[in-house]
Ligand binder design. Structure first.
Ligand code: MTE
Ligand code: CO
Length: 429
C-alpha cells in the first residue's frame, strides 16, 4: 500500500477532538436512538426539557430575503488547494462532495474553474453572435434567446483535469480535492440546434467554435453532430439565473463532454468546415502518451465513481455498528446501470444500491449499508454504464496511457479507513 505522499497538502486530517468524539459516541446509536450525538449536546435542550428554540419566537420572514444555509453548516464551502492555484484569476476551487447528498449540487457550491477571472457581464449588454458558414449571421440579445422554445435538463459537468493530480499516485487527502471538479445541476436553456437553424447552416458546415466573453476568450472546436444533438445555451441553473462564476448570463452546455468545452459567458459561435486547433485543444486538454504522441479530441468523460462518505474529510465518528457508505457515479456515455463496492480492497465486491433518478449524463447516488466491526477497511467503488463500460483500476489506465497524462483519470479510488475512524487516500496494487 502506498500512503498519500503529501497528506498535508489536502485538508487536515480529522482532529483529535473528532476522534475523541468518535470514542465517546461508540455504541451510542441505540441509546440515543440516533437523535443526538453524545459529547456535543447541551443537556438543557434535551428531553424532557423544553429546548431553547421552542420557548422563543424565531426570526421574522424578512431576516434573509435571499436564504442562506444554517450557521452550523458554515464549513460546507468550496475550497482551493494552494499549490494548484496559479493565480486568483486562473484558478480552480472544488465542490465539497463529502458534505452533499442526492445528485443536485447547490449553486453556491459548484466548483469554479476560470482562466481569466469571473467576467462581469451586464445582461442588457449581453450579445450572442453566430457567424461563419451560416446563411444569415445573427446577433441575439438575452431576451431573444428566451423567445426560443426552452428545455430543462440535468447534467454533470466534470473538468477534464478532475483527479489529474492522482495520475502518479495518491496525493490529495479528501474527495473534495481528488474528485471535486464535478457538479450536477438542472439547466434551463435553448437547444443549440434551434439557434443554429435560425441562422441557417451552409451545406459545408461541420464544426462550431464557441467563444467566451471573459478575458481568456476561451474557445474550443465542437463537431456539428454534437452541437445539433444535445448541446444547449443555458441561462438558468437549478431554476435561477446562472451564477456569475458559472458564466452569467449564458453558457454552453455540452452534455457528457469535458468541462472545458462548456464555454461560459458565451459571446460568439462560429460555424466552420474544420476544427480551429485552438490553444485549449492542442497545448492543453490533450493527453501525452508514453511514446511522446498525444491523444487529441478526447471529449467524452468516461465512467467514474467515488465514495464520498466515509472519506478523508468525512471520517467515521460513530464507532462500530451500522454504517452507511455513500458515493457518486457518472458517465459521459449515458446512464449508470450498476455500482459495486468493496470494503476489503477488492477481495469481495457487493452491488451498491442506486437511489434517486437515473438520468443520462447526470450524477447518480449510491449507498451500501453494512455493519462495521471496527477493523481497518480499504474502500473502493466501481461503476458500470449502459454501454457495458466498466470503470478501470488506476493501474489498468496507466498500462494503456502511461503516466504523462493529467486529464481523463477515471481510475478506481481507494480510501483506507483506520480503526480509529480516520480515513486516508491510498493506492493498492
Ligand atoms: N469558459 C470561459 N469562457 N472561460 C473559462 O475559463 N473554463 C472552462 C469551462 N468554460 C472556462 C470556460 C473549464 S476548464 C471548465 S472545467 C468549466 O468551464 C468549469 O465550469 P464551472 O466554473 O461552471 O464549474
Ligand atoms: Co476544466
Amino acid at each position: 500500500m502506498t500512503r498519500s505522499s503529501k497528506p498535508e497538502e489536502g485538508l487536515a486530517s480529522p482532529g483529535r477532538r473528532s476522534l475523541l468524539k468518535a470514542g465517546l459516541a461508540a455504541g451510542s446509536l441505540a441509546a440515543t436512538a440516533g437523535l443526538v450525538r453524545a459529547g456535543e449536546a447541551n443537556p438543557e435542550n434535551l428531553p424532557p426539557n423544553v429546548a431553547d428554540w421552542s420557548r422563543y419566537l424565531g426570526a421574522g420572514v424578512d431576516a434573509a430575503p435571499y436564504g442562506v444555509p444554517s450557521e452550523h453548516e458554515a464549513h460546507v464551502v468550496r475550497r482551493s488547494v494552494e499549490w494548484l492555484t496559479a493565480s486568483r484569476e486562473s484558478s480552480v476551487n472544488f465542490t465539497p462532495l463529502h458534505e452533499l447528498d442526492g445528485i443536485i449540487t447547490p449553486n453556491g457550491l459548484c466548483f469554479e474553474r476560470h482562466h481569466g477571472g469571473v467576467a462581469e457581464m451586464t445582461p442588457t449588454d449581453y450579445r450572442l453572435m453566430i457567424n461563419g458558414l451560416v446563411e444569415t449571421p445573427l446577433i441575439f440579445t438575452l431576451d431573444d434567446l428566451k423567445r426560443f422554445p426552452r428545455e430543462n435538463r440535468l447534467y454533470f459537468l466534470e473538468c477534464a483535469a478532475n483527479s489529474g493530480m492522482e495520475w502518479r499516485g495518491a496525493q490529495l487527502n479528501g474527495c473534495q480535492f481528488t474528485h471535486g471538479m464535478v457538479h450536477c445541476v438542472m439547466y434551463t436553456g435553448v437547444p443549440l440546434k434551434y439557434i443554429l437553424e435560425e441562422a441557417g447552416l451552409k451545406t459545408n458546415a461541420k464544426w462550431i467554435m464557441p467563444e467566451g466573453g471573459d478575458a481568456s476568450g476561451m474557445n474550443r472546436s465542437i463537431p456539428l453532430e454534437k452541437a445539433l444533438d444535445d448541446c444547449m445555451v443555458a441561462f438558468k441553473m437549478n431554476g435561477e439565473a446562472l451564477r456569475p462564476e458559472q458564466g452569467y448570463p449564458a453558457r454552453l452546455v455540452v452534455p457528457g463532454w469535458e468541462g472545458n468545452m462548456w464555454v461560459k459567458w458565451l459571446r460568439r459561435i462560429e460555424v466552420g468546415d474544420e476544427p480551429w486547433h485552438a490553444r485549449e485543444e492542442t497545448s492543453k486538454y490533450t493527453d501525452l502518451m508514453e511514446n511522446g504522441k498525444a491523444r487529441r479530441f478526447t471529449w467524452v468523460m468516461d465512467t467514474k465513481s467515488v465514495i464520498t462518505n466515509p472519506s478523508p474529510q468525512a471520517p467515521v465518528t460513530h464507532g462500530k455498528g451500522p454504517m452507511v457508505l455513500s458515493g457518486l457515479a457518472w458517465s459521459g456515455n449515458g446512464r449508470i446501470t450498476r455500482v459495486d463496492v468493496t470494503v476489503d480492497g477488492g477481495k469481495n465486491w457487493h452491488e451498491a444500491r442506486l437511489d434517486g433518478p437515473s438520468l443520462p449524463k447526470a450524477l447518480h447516488r449510491f449507498y451500501y449499508e453494512f455493519d462495521w466491526d471496527g477493523s481497518e477497511l480499504l474502500l473502493q467503488s466501481r461503476a458500470y454504464d449502459e454501454t457495458g463500460y466498466v470503470q478501470p483500476t488506476k493501474d489498468a489506465l496507466r498500462a494503456v496511457r502511461g503516466t504523462n497524462s493529467i486529464y481523463h483519470n477515471n481510475g478506481i479510488q481507494t480510501w483506507y479507513v483506520k480503526a480509529d475512524g480516520s480515513v486516508e487516500n491510498v493506492e493498492i496494487s
